[in-house]
Design a protein around this ligand. Structure first.
Ligand SMILES: Cc1cc2nc3c(=O)[nH]c(=O)nc-3n(C[C@H](O)[C@H](O)[C@H](O)COP(=O)(O)OP(=O)(O)OC[C@H]3O[C@@H](n4cnc5c(N)ncnc54)[C@H](O)[C@@H]3O)c2cc1C
Length: 236
């Protein structure tokens, strides 16, 4: 994942993996919205976040008063391999729209892990750990993926050229193929996503995307983010 040093306030795009990105396409999210949606219970409204409001946000987070964290939205444009979208789209609280291979020919772009990211799983179920594959094993694996994906795209393009319907032609494409989607989500659901996907137990590749999402969240809602971290990354 590439984040430019000294990111400006209007920074919007983070490069992830070989060809992917997370781009903040739109955002209506402030700590003040958490404060005011909570304080409406008492008919109160603030113009800006005060010290006592920071305590309130921390209290809401700790005591699982989750609804005040729902009055906001983050709209992300994401490019990632299909296997990552399979995991991501399990997060039901949020909205998704994805590029359609029925309507658009997919670009020959696929994810090949960097040699240092090729890992082996060791241990038993529930207690797995990962260790880096030896250099020659990593290279062999990387070239196999590359070869399979290349062949798959050749077959895909030949099928399209011969008039096979795009929704059938795509059947030969691997889950390493890059796709794009829009994801709109509120802070409460976003924190649940971060808790599960920017975690040591998550697959490394989706974790890289979750780290990018977390950067945007931390910039847009700094007080809420601080409370989330202090609450051991448990969503309210
Ligand atoms: C490490 C890891 C491994 C995984 N492995 C698998 C796997 O092998 N197979 C698999 O199928 N999935 C797997 N998942 C996906 C997982 O089961 C969840 O679907 C996914 O993480 C989304 O979490 P969520 O339900 O909390 O989020 P969301 O769907 O966004 O839901 C947010 C919250 O809303 C509430 N909610 C949403 N829908 C309902 C509902 N129908 N009923 C009651 N409450 C609801 C819950 O409180 C939930 O936490 C894995 C996830 C992780 C992180």
């Amino acid at each position: 994942m590439k984040i430019e040093a000294g990111v400006p306030n209007d920074w919007k795009n983070i490069t992830v993996l070989s060809n992917g990105f997370v781009r903040l396409d739109g955002c209506e999210a402030t700590d003040l919205s958490v404060v005011n949606s909570a304080r409406v219970s008492y008919g109160m409204r603030r113009e800006e976040v005060q010290l006592s409001d920071e305590k309130l946000i921390s209290y809401l987070m700790k005591n699982k008063h989750g609804t005040p964290f729902e009055h906001n939205m983050f709209r992300f444009h994401i490019k990632a391999p299909i296997f990552i979208f399979r995991e991501w789209q399990r997060h039901r609280v949020g909205s998704f729209n994805e590029l359609s291979a029925r309507y658009k020919e997919l670009e020959p772009e696929w994810y090949v892990p960097a040699a240092v990211d090729v890992r082996k799983r060791v241990g038993r179920p529930g207690h797995y750990t990962y260790e880096r594959a030896k250099t020659d094993e990593a290279h062999k694996f990387r070239s196999s993926i590359d070869m399979v994906c290349r062949r798959a795209f050749d077959t895909y393009r030949m099928a399209l050229a011969s008039g096979i319907a795009p929704e059938l032609a795509r059947l030969c494409l691997p889950v390493a193929t890059y796709s794009e989607m829009y994801w709109t989500v509120n802070a409460r659901s976003l924190m649940n996503f971060l808790n599960l996907r920017n975690a040591a137990t998550a697959q490394y590749e989706i974790q890289q995307y979750a780290i990018a999402v977390e950067h945007f969240f931390s910039f847009k809602m700094p007080v809420t983010y601080k409370a989330f971290i202090e609450n051991k990354r448990v969503a309210p």
